[in-house]
Design a protein around this ligand. Structure first.
Ligand code: HEM
Length: 164
């Protein structure tokens, strides 16, 4: 079924309407302090007509055959849609981080940068993030850069996901 924009979508969420639904696929992870890895991921964006989406992502580490090795990162939160494509993202992670992003959505792209990050006393030293999501030929591509464990902002994840 081709994606159809819901009748009750809040107009402020128009620039991110293409993200609604469930997306699945594989991605790659890297960082100077760790070994490279591959992961599987499912993202779910839902709405109820108010000007925000609920977001949930789960991931799992996979081996070279695509088989699950172990559970990976979980994150959930709200993408708050403001007029003229302005966006606010609130996220919570099982690894002890909460973050606030600001950004803009236009032309099938959503670009977000952290304004604030807080972490529990046992969490790793994560200080900033940048996310770029794009609609490429109907797929959801994203790249995630982070600053953590004493390293500057640089790639940690990138993935190409298909509409489930
Ligand atoms: C698809 C989502 C993600 C996957 C599959 C993933 C996977 C991994 C893996 C396999 C490692 C190596 C160490 C370990 O196994 O714990 C790691 C390290 C790390 N990740 Fe992620 N990650 C994801 C998302 C994130 C996000 C969103 C953040 C920040 C909010 C993050 C922050 C970190 C940090 C701080 C480290 C520690 C680096 C170090 O200790 O050298 N990750 N990640």
């Amino acid at each position: 079924m081709p994606f159809e924009i819901p009748d009750n979508l809040h107009p402020d969420c128009g620039p991110v309407a293409w993200m609604l639904g469930t997306w699945q696929g594989n991605g790659h992870g890297d960082y100077p302090t760790i070994d490279k890895y591959e992961f599987g991921q499912e993202l779910i964006f839902t709405h109820d007509g108010r000007p925000f989406f609920h977001y949930f992502s789960r991931s799992w580490i996979i081996d070279e055959h695509g088989e699950k090795v172990r559970e990976g990162a979980l994150e959930t939160g709200f993408l708050r849609c403001k007029p003229e494509g302005k966006m606010e993202l609130l996220l919570t992670h099982q690894t002890g981080f909460v973050e606030i992003y600001y950004g803009t959505a236009a032309g099938g792209k959503l670009d977000l940068t952290t304004d604030a990050v807080a972490r529990t006393e046992t969490a790793k030293e994560y200080t900033a993030g940048k996310r770029l999501y794009g609609n490429v030929e109907g797929d959801l591509l994203y790249a995630y850069d982070m600053a953590a464990v004493g390293q500057g902002l640089q790639p940690h994840l990138w993935a190409r996901l298909k509409r489930a």
